[in-house]
Design a binder for this molecule. Sequence first.
Ligand code: CP
Ligand code: NVA
Length: 313
Amino acid sequence: MNLKALKGRSLLTWINFTPEEIRAFLDLTRKVKAESRKPALRQRFRGKTLALIFEKRSTRTRAAFETAFGEEGGHPVFLSSQDIQLGAKESIEDTARALGRMFDAIEFRGFRQADAEVLAKYAGVPVYNGLTDSFHPTQALADYFTLEEIFGSFKGRKLAFVGDGRNNVARSLMVICSKMGADFTVVAPKALWPDPELHDLCASFALESGAQLAVTDQPEAGVRGASAVYTDVWASMGEEALEAERAALLSPYQVNAALMAATGEPACVFLHCLPAVKGKEVAFDVFEGPQSRVFDQAENRKHAIKAILLATL
Ligand code: CP
Ligand code: NVA
């Protein structure tokens, strides 16, 4: 497809991107990663500026945006909610319009997906969702890219997400897998199943792509046949008060050696978006073991984010 069609687009979720467009981002990520292995000074963002708004903490997302943009001559500006008025003394619409006059693009990590949508509506420049309570699309792109890197193609293979099936990472993986034709199973207690609206929407994407979507509360049966098992923290940022309740609900769902063996797939890999709480959602030996590809995922965040910036700016 012609990459020009992606210029000026915001990325708030993969829902409103076609499989061909997602394919273009994946292919560009591959190219960007290959280039990163060949030393050369590239200045594709020279003279450009990027605002990085963070209402929540971050290691990988901030570092990936800052390094991907800055090493190519762009000027990223970090604005935490400790520093700016976003949504407090100033409406999000007004912050969006002011920043849109000064920056070529805006990254937003925050709580409400609706806030990312308002920013994108009023800024007049591309807005990238660096994680909200609802979605984490730059993570899902890096994860799908990582799966393709490992398996060649991931179409028709199965990814099992084990843990909080309602969280931003699970929801984003469900969208990207159903669009791209990968089988996706959520393995979670019923109280943490994905909401039916998103499930039904993804089922309609799956009908087009040939993906199989499933939701189960049975850990061993749920991971059977999976080429990759993915987990994330039991309580996401903003849910700290729920930690004890989640631990009680989710301890039978810990990804440990027995659960990895229950896939029946010796080549199965373990994925985690990080940060991880070892000993909770994942056993130490799985996290540190040979099936773990979590630091490939972390590295690929940067390549995927650079591809997103290159395609849309
Ligand atoms: N995976 C991820 O988004 O990590 P950070 O919270 O460190 O950015
Ligand atoms: N679900 C996690 C992801 C962190 C990258 C959170 O929102 O805290």
